[in-house]
Design a protein around this ligand. Structure first.
Ligand code: NAD
Length: 486
């Protein structure tokens, strides 16, 4: 049985209330650990430590000195690769192949990219003549924003957390991280790495707990938090934005999606199917960028539905370390109930269930896990709930379309605007779509591919702001203008 403590001012601590909650293994539903829930006293202590660290040794470091520490962090994460891997797998039930190729390498890369970026980032300066014939120089400096609250989801715990902590620390801020209540492990483990490489106490803090009336709310409402970066559901983000309005704190919001794929009849069919299998089912559909709406040009519709059905049915569910496993469980019983409720709604709304629609039969040892079948529907109107609402499961609705204008209208008729993937060999058509679709990210003949220097974020109700490369610095720093007359 593992114990997950809060990490405050460089020390692992429980909570004054003594309250703990269970850490559940999604693979079999067993309790594998106890998480110490931070109350107000622990959140206050974490924020105070983060504030004090800004005034201390950390606040006096130069950019190259901070980068040396962050570089040591990436080396240490890679040295403890297996510890992070086991921790992430225990929390999420992800297949070993996925966690070892995506989650943990990106956890380390998220520090490296911001080291590289901040070392080569400059600000502007202008020379001018003053009215009395002297000279003036006007230049801008980037200063850290201060104490950053980092509120994270459970689907890519280490990856999404370091995506925020990396730039926050590169820019000289201090952080208080609230990982998801479902996935405390890698965020807690990172505290050991911070201490090992000599990141000063109070720079990185972790508070465990839930949202309302718990660590999430206490942290985001805290008056000494200078900025809030959040990844999670749009509804939660809306509540956090209201908290941020008190004290006029800036936010960076990466929120929900209902992403589409658009498949034109002239696409490279086999490559498109390969990509769609990943887009719809990878990480058991628990990827913010995942595809839940597939629009296929009519001549290709039947062929694509048939091909995707075959591939969905080869997604073998199983334990993370089993080489045959292609798909893991959902994160929790609560999430399984949510996804299954959409499966029921789809049937009730008249969907043709091409494949899936329920819970797979698992061996006895795994029966308590939160398993779900990859599911494909056709035949629903655009107003159906599984076509309009984010499910966050391994499922998609496939619909035919005839013209570019028609599919553009359908893709954009949704309150979210995170990502779309377009498949065609016509470069003009691809670019017309990319310009017309209301999203933050548009892929052409690919999915999930990204250079970490490019802007990442959502349009409409999928988010506010962009993170990635220099774009992250818009949130994690403030620009100060200095004018010198001489
Ligand atoms: P969630 O919104 O339920 O929880 C996210 C975090 O917010 C958790 O740590 C939770 O404890 C905390 N929280 C909840 N209520 C809070 C409150 N009132 N105040 C402060 N904190 C609060 O999201 P989830 O279920 O963990 O993650 C799935 C969602 O995340 C999906 O909607 C998915 O699309 C989204 N997501 C978006 C991106 C992106 O980059 N746009 C990436 C990954 C996931």
């Amino acid at each position: 049985m593992k114990e997950f403590l809060n990490f405050i001012n460089g020390t692992y601590v429980g909570s004054a209330s003594g309250r703990t909650f269970d850490n559940i293994n999604p693979v079999d539903g067993s309790v594998i650990g106890k998480i110490h829930e931070a109350g107000k006293p622990e959140v206050d202590a974490a924020v105070a430590a983060a504030k004090a660290a800004l005034q201390g040794e950390w606040g006096r470091l130069t950019v190259p000195e901070r980068c040396t520490l962050l570089d040591a962090l990436t080396i240490e994460i890679n040295r403890r690769f297996d510890d992070f891997l086991q921790a992430e797998i225990a929390d999420t039930g992800k297949p070993h192949a996925l966690a070892s190729h995506l989650d943990i390498p990106r956890g380390a890369a998220n520090f490296q990219i911001f080291i590289d970026t901040i070392k080569s980032t400059s600000t502007e300066s202008f020379n001018m003549r003053t009215g009395d014939g002297k000279t003036a120089l006007s230049y801008a400096v980037r200063v850290p924003r201060g104490v950053i609250a980092v509120v994270c989801p459970w689907n890519l715990p280490l990856l999404l957390m370091t995506w925020k902590v990396g730039p926050a620390l590169a820019c000289g801020n201090t952080v208080v991280v609230k990982p998801s209540e479902e996935t405390p492990a890698t965020t807690t483990l990172l505290g050991e790495v911070m201490n090992k490489v000599g990141v000063p106490q109070g720079v990185y803090n972790v508070v465990h707990g839930f949202g309302p009336d718990s660590a999430g709310q206490f942290l985001t409402e805290h008056p000494d938090v200078d900025g809030i970066t959040f990844t999670g559901e749009t509804r939660t983000g809306t509540a956090i934005m209201k908290a941020a309005a008190d004290g006029v704190r800036p936010v960076s919001m990466e929120m929900g999606g209902k992403n589409a794929a658009v498949v034109f009849a002239d696409c490279d069919f086999d490559a498109t199917v390969d990509t769609l299998v990943r887009a719809c089912f990878e990480n058991t559909g628990q990827v913010c960028l995942g595809t839940e709406r597939v629009y296929v040009q009519r001549p290709l519709f039947d062929k694509l539905v048939a091909a995707l059905k075959v591939r969905a049915e080869t997604m073998t569910p199983g334990a993370p370390m089993d080489q045959a496993t292609k798909i893991g469980p959902l994160i929790s019983k609560e999430h399984q109930d949510k996804v299954l409720s959409f499966y029921k709604k789809a049937a009730a709304e008249g969907a043709t269930v091409v494949t899936g629609g329920g819970v797979p039969d698992m061996p006895d040892a795994l029966k308590g896990g939160f398993w779900i079948e990859p599911t494909i529907w056709t035949g629903l109107p655009e107003t159906a709930s599984v076509v309009t609402e984010e499910i966050f499961g391994p499922c998609c609705h496939i619909a035919p379309f005839d013209s570019e204008a028609e599919v553009l209208q359908k893709v954009n008729a949704n309150r979210y605007g995170l990502a779309t993937a377009v498949f065609t060999q016509d470069i003009g058509k691809a670019n017309r779509m990319a310009h017309g679709i209301e999203v933050g990210l548009c892929w052409i003949n690919t999915w999930f591919l990204r250079d970490l220097r490019t802007p990442f974020g959502g349009s409409k109700q999928s988010g506010i702001g962009r993170e990635g490369g220099v774009h992250s610095f818009e949130f994690y720093t403030e620009l100060r203008n200095v004018m010198v007359k001489f």
